[in-house]
Design a protein around this ligand. Sequence first.
Ligand code: 5AD
Ligand code: SF4
Length: 346
Amino acid sequence: TAEELVKRSFSGPPFTREEILCLLRAGEEEAEVLFTAADRVRAKVFGPVVHLRAVIEFSNFCRNNCLYCGLRRENRRLPRYRMAAREVVQAAEEAAAQGFKTVVLQSGEDPYWTPERLAEVVKEIKKLGVAVTLSVGELDYEDYALLKEAGADRYLLRHETADPSLFAQLKPDSSLARRRQCLEWLKELGYETGAGCMVGLPGQSLESLAEDVLFMRELQVEMAGIGPFIPHPDTPLGKASSGSPFLTLKVLALTRLCLPYANLPATTATGVAQKGGREAALLCGANVVMPDVTPYHYRLFYQLYPGKAQADPHPNAFAYWQERLRALGRTVGQDPGFSPRPQDAS
Ligand code: 5AD
Ligand code: SF4
């Protein structure tokens, strides 16, 4: 029952690989129990509070060639842009003025944006009194250290898939071992660290999704981004099918049960794959929304997958989401929304 799952989440033996797999296989009815349990665990830790994070996608140049992603270097059809440092700071100022308490700086792995250049922008944005999250990919330990020193609070680096051979196929420039190393460095340096995966990748099994949940639990990540794979026509996976929204919600709910205190966003892709998907995610364990605040003329070109640029059309994303969350009976967090430690949870 849901009560038993909630109890197990806070004390008692951790969920086994077999139990996770069994819940991933759940049909509609059984899944309701899982979703209810995840929602209760979320409510116990965070109450009705949802934290909003303003995402600024400041460059769509990428040196990597991930098979699933529209920003991959071999996608010559995509016009590339790079915001100037001043433009990034200005976008952050506007987000802070709207009420956002966290700014997320995200980009492809753009060699122009050296850690030193990015550190200067981080220092400027930290003057606004907001938390800064970085999401700029794989760097060396020293670079992560430099950016932490500059004031960055958190770092998002999805592991994408915990299946090492699928990872190697889909991300030919890296390896799962290297990804894990980066995540361990980030934790060691004191970042709140986020991993996460896509659901429904071609060649991904339910067993490997169970490994994704276990991977995130093993690393005890403070954040996890989970969303369906959405095929981009200008990539080698353009003809593959989308990830199932239902399966995505099951992975999200299981992650909530395994990591009660983690910040889990209702991801943009979840909303693109299914109308009302982000609301559905907020009812299955998610407690964060990350609206895109990138200036429109750039946003159109940050095409990880189709439909992304149209997901957050309102010019004041903060006010817009405040209203949208009110309809769910949720309130918006007025603080940076760090991951609570068990003893501080509400
Ligand atoms: N479908 C869904 N998510 C994608 N991402 C990249 N390409 C796609 C896609 N086609 C996700 C990856 C990456 C994040 C920034 O976007 O998980 O980490
Ligand atoms: Fe680059 Fe990230 Fe896209 Fe891979 S997923 S091509 S690293 S932007």
